[in-house]
Design a binder for this molecule. Structure first.
Ligand SMILES: C[S@@+](CC[C@H](N)C(=O)[O-])C[C@H]1O[C@@H](n2cnc3c(N)ncnc32)[C@H](O)[C@@H]1O
Length: 256
């Protein structure tokens, strides 16, 4: 069982995706960075770590317009039916059979096999961030890239995590981008960091605010004061709309 199970909160996550520009802004940012990646590569072996239902991956693939003859995809996702959906959605973008993984192979002894490892807003939820990032790095061939998106303390949703877990006198049980940066620096990886600004906007109502809270906290929400969190969300309400303007980051790690 992953640290955060996206199965039970699937429709709440969909609400977030449908009412935010995060995926589109991130996809634009990735596509700019990857614009020349296919040049002089006859085959791109791509690992999508935590692909969810594949919606983001397809959004990015549509922008990249890479030839299906050049693309070989491996999808990793712990929620089985989301993985199945992702396979169906991504299949038209490659001529190769899709590979699926339930978990990452253990680092040591693994043969590097990817040109590109993408992990879009997933690393918050892994058990051991350093182990996961070094394994992704290990799996990427020389000349390849890791593209890792995450938000941190500046982000309004991460601030809500903090308020919720503070109210329980517990540390937030998820990693944030400040943790990722520490790992990248400790490992001496060459990386760049690009902001991706986006907004979350929906008709304001208690039920809609609750959808965001369920997406953020999953089963932890049962132990928290919902009213305290709903009140805190009031600071992003303008008239009849909830409107949060915030930022996440894309980390691009070159693998020499
Ligand atoms: C916020 S969603 C992002 C999904 C997709 N990458 C996207 O951008 O739409 C996080 C995803 O990470 C998956 N996940 C959670 N824990 C994971 C883990 N330990 N390893 C891999 N994926 C995980 C979840 O099941 C979920 O699909």
């Amino acid at each position: 069982m992953p640290k955060k199970d996206f199965g039970p909160i699937e429709s709440d996550y969909e609400f977030f995706m449908d009412h935010g520009t995060e995926a589109e802004c991130d996809a634009i940012c990735y596509a700019r960075k990857l614009a020349d990646f296919q040049v002089e590569r006859s085959l791109i072996r791509w690992l999508d770590f935590g692909c969810g239902s594949g919606e983001f991956t397809v959004r990015l693939l549509r922008k990249l317009k890479w030839s299906p003859r050049r693309l070989k995809m491996t999808l990793m996702e712990p929620v089985a039916h989301q993985l199945k959906l992702a396979v169906e959605r991504v299949a038209p973008f490659t001529q190769f059979p899709l590979a699926t993984w339930e978990r990452l192979p253990a680092g040591a002894g693994t043969v590097p096999e990817f040109d590109l490892a993408v992990s879009n807003h997933v690393l918050y939820y892994v058990e051991d961030l350093e182990k996961c990032v070094t394994t992704l790095r290990w799996l990427t061939k020389p000349g390849g890239k890791l593209m890792l998106a995450m938000s941190g303390l500046e982000n309004g949703l991460v601030q809500l995590w903090k308020s919720g877990f503070d109210s329980l006198r517990e540390a937030v049980p998820y990693y944030i981008c400040e943790d990722l940066e520490r790992v990248l620096v400790d490992q001496n990886y060459q990386f760049s960091k690009t902001p991706s600004r986006y907004q979350l906007r929906f008709p304001d109502s208690e039920e809609n605010r609750m959808k965001i809270l369920r997406f953020l906290f999953g089963s932890h929400l049962d132990r928290m004061s919902k009213q305290m969190l709903l009140d805190e969300m009031g600071k992003w309400v303008v008239g009849n709309l909830f409107e949060m303007h915030t930022v996440g980051y894309l980390y691009e790690v070159d693998c020499p």
